[in-house]
Ligand binder design. Structure first.
Ligand SMILES: [Fe+2]
Length: 181
């Protein structure tokens, strides 16, 4: 087990002396971090298990009763300890998509990349105009900025699990979503 680094403020006296100068530099949306200030170790994301059964129950209900996309449900998970990134870890987001038989998701793109695992069902994804068929257990990749939609061409529900790097992009302030033009 490695030892947790606890940083110390080694120049609190000096900081008091330079406070007036720091205030003069700071503005509405600008702060000065004097070296070794604000040095608490980052909040640690807690290990966790996300239970499948209640997740599927939620997805079925959302797909049936949701108003956004008929027959489709999308949910994402995040750890509040990641703050602005709203990731499940600071860099990564994870979620599920549920698609009823004979239903497609609305084509769109985003600058996060996604890796999908087909948990259940069969269908295909159109990614930048190309068709990729998938079935249970398959993994497929949607690169950043690729226009994509998913179709359930089977007779049973399709459940996709995906991991994206949206947390990283959100932290950088450059996360973007686009509807297909
Ligand atoms: Fe997407």
């Amino acid at each position: 087990m490695s030892k947790l680094l606890v940083r110390k403020d080694l120049q609190s006296d000096l900081k008091r002396n330079v406070n007036d100068i720091v205030k003069e530099i700071e503005g509405d949306d600008l702060k000065v971090v004097v070296f070794m200030e604000n040095t608490e170790p980052p909040v640690k994301v807690k290990p966790k298990v996300i239970k499948f059964e209640p997740t599927v129950t939620l997805l079925r209900k959302l797909a049936k009763e949701g108003q956004i996309e008929k027959g489709v449900a999308k949910i994402m998970f995040y750890s509040p300890s990641t703050g602005r990134s709203k990731g499940l870890t600071p860099n990564m987001m994870a979620g599920f998509q549920y698609i009823e038989p004979g239903t497609s998701t609305t084509p769109h793109s985003h600058n996060m990349a996604s890796i999908y695992l087909v948990v259940k069902g069969e269908g295909y994804s159109e990614i930048d105009g190309e068709i990729f068929k998938w079935g249970q257990g398959d993994i497929f990749v949607v690169p950043a900025n690729a226009v994509h939609s998913h179709t359930n061409s089977g007779k049973e529900e399709a459940i996709l699990f995906d991991v994206t790097d949206s947390g990283l992009l959100e932290n950088m302030g450059i996360l973007e979503f686009k509807e297909k033009e």
